[in-house]
Ligand binder design. Sequence first.
Ligand code: ADP
Length: 309
Amino acid sequence: MSSNVAISVRDLNKIYGVGSKNEKVALNNISLQVKKGSIFGLLGPNGAGKSTFINILADLVRKTSGHIDIFGMSHHKNLKDVKKLMGIVPQELNIDPFFTPYELLEIQAGLFGVPKKNRRTNEILKLLALEDKSHAYARTLSGGMRRRLLIAKAMVHDPEILILDEPTAGVDVELRANLWTNINKLNNEGKTIIITTHYLHEAEELCNEIAIIDNGNLITKDTTSNIKSLIDRKQIIISLDSKNFNLDPIIGLDVECEINSDNLIINYKPSKIRFNKILDALKLSNIQIKDLTINETKLEDVFLKLTKY
Ligand code: ADP
């Protein structure tokens, strides 16, 4: 498995109901690559085409046209082999309540034809912090444990790529953080991770590469930091200790500033002016700083700009 590209997609199209009056283009000529070892976020609002994309990879939906390679192997021609390279974690918590996590993993391993001697049931349960619940009925598991169990199920055949469809939808903040920790852990073990999400914060925190899709179109695909740098803006908020200062040195800079109750707010373009220069001007202004906050560009700002919502 020498390829550094885990998934390569070229000109992928999906049209539901071709020729019918309900014809719907769900994916429009999508081309992208997912690097081996990355945590790749497929981001977009509801209806963007994220599940369609995942379902095509999982062979649950048939593409209309296009090419997909998994580690250099044609998805179409080597379906059986490429399916072994992927573990898909669905959105719904479809777990049989009358089996234990241990049993469910063993059944899943059987379905994938993993020989008994190669099974890693206990190891996977431990990795996902479910070892205490190995022999408890699934119906007694909490929501977070069920999500982790779904991830565990997707891992029984030791896939290189783990694909998670909206892993934290409807999950509270604490559980989300816990799932992120587990996802990072799996990534550190060498797994390539793909997650779909409409939570910008999740993509920003977790993913090193992001593709934004909207209405079936790929809007952008890049590293998270490059995407954030698409918006050249930073904001400094200074909480003022006194109003005894002279704003002229700051007004003379290429920045926008305003005074809002006890705060001085400076908006600037990092590509145009260095932070040091602003600090120098603040000193010259004789401003007494009580507190200072710097707001970086958020992925949300970029997303709003690119998708124009
Ligand atoms: P997302 O996962 O980003 O919310 P989907 O891939 O579920 O988006 O849907 C993309 C578009 O395709 C939506 O307009 C949706 O209504 C449509 N769609 C999804 N599945 C079907 C289907 N089985 N038949 C017809 N249209 C569908």
